[in-house]
Unconditional design. Sequence first.
Lengths: 372, 205
Amino acid sequence: MDRYRDFSLGEFVWDKPFRNWVLNPTREDDETWQNWLAAHPEKREMVERARKLVLSIRPANASLSNPEKRKAVERIVERLEARNLDSAEERRPPWYAGRAVRVAAILVLLAGLGWMFRLRHQPKAVGYEQLVAATKMEMRETVNATDQPLTVSLEDGSSITLDPGSKISYPPHFGDGHRGRREVFLSGKAFFDIAKDPSKPFFVYANELVTKVLGTSFTVRSFADEQEVSVAVRTGKVAVFSREDPDMPEKQSSRELTGVVIEPNQQVVFVRTSVKITKSLVPEPEVVADAGVAPHLEFDEAPVSAVLSALQSAYGIDIIYDKNIMDECPITATLTEMSLYEQLDLVCKAVNASYESIDGRIVVEGKGCRNN
Amino acid sequence: MKALTRSDLHPAMYLEEEQKLWREMLAGDVTAYEHLIDRTYDLLFHYGTKFNGDRELIKDCIQDVFLGVWEKRNALNPEIPPKPYLLASLRRRLHRLASRLRMDCMDYYNESDIVFDLEFNAEYQLIESENDRILASRMTEMLNELPKRQKEAVFLRFYNDMEREEIAMVMDIQPQSVSNLLQEAFKFIKSHWKAIVSLVLALPF
């Protein structure tokens, strides 16, 4: 205790044993300090000042009343006892051991797997914006904001006629890059008249459908808000496949047209919700331009088979019929200035036959005319 | 419950009593457990509220600390000092809580929200001398100017009677760093003390 003889006020205030005596006095501390003060009465005043300073300068503590503290302590002990009770019942089978719970768990698991499977196999709606964003090529975009068709001429001599409300993205130059492909992206409806260049196939990406052509004319209809994407051919042949097709890279690079091949007056419709490509005839087939300058469609007592054959070559559409039966039926008719379906209606009515459009072809069925 | 008060005991005995409760509690004695909670609750509560002003949250955290201690009682060392251990657990818990909050709302919480924030107060009614009142008020201002980590070390050392190693355990730093913090705090206090005292002495009363 001798060291305290020369202590200043500040030294007392920050002296650990001194503070302990002031703040948390024990009986022994008190005895020691009282004895020392009795021996050093000259220090009494300073010690008293230091004591009051120590006592008065305190950390600002949040108040905690005794009842509040008691409640908190009791709550902890209660919790503990509740837990101990739980563990005493540990031998009871756990909640998940029940048969029902196990069956439910398996069902939940199966449902989860099914859901995951669905997620993985759910058709992914692919949009124009994503497709364009995904390409690494420099792209130019033309939007037809007018109410008239707008023709866009491409570098290779091809032309694209954009319907109102449609837009197309295409590279300013079809370079040799990207394996010599000509690639464009369409949103909306457009008629394509593609310059022939077998070494550089032309691709139209429209939502989920990819159309590959070597040189031909066709229409693609692919509006973002429509459930169907369709490709209809005017001249030549095009191949259509889905982006989701696992063989797509192969089909894209193949020298031949693989996938669903469509010919003039045929179209494919891709139903976006079902990922199904169906081939059919266009609603209004047109006479194929190079089928002969003026298709001869006037018949006088000609067999029906000859009429159907003439229609087939005029429209470039396969018409399937039983030649033996149709040879027997003669017909006199003038079929000019009519649509294909009107012509077929007339012919079939005359010979008591019927027709169906199946898979982009026309199938004519009749019983023949022998008994008439 | 008969609680021993500090004045009944020699400091060493007091600490020995705490250690004894800790040992008994780890052995599964619920009464010792309750005594220990009762004895350390104020300190934990006051320490906790320095980090976060939400007193209900602090109470919940203290409860979690004690329930955690009971659960881990077979794995805990009966010879570690209980108070620093409990304070350290509470501190860790509050930090974890704060970093979770930080992750949830990145921009609203930053490091400064989880540091020890302590204000010192002077209770003047104890002091008769005007001189000493001014002294007390200057000292309080000075303490409040201490950097926060130094304040925390001072709080644990001078207001809660902790040793260097114990403070290191609570603050999760090296004992040497505790010494450095305290030394810096003292350098600051001493340099200002002289100015304060001379100022007070120069005043005409």
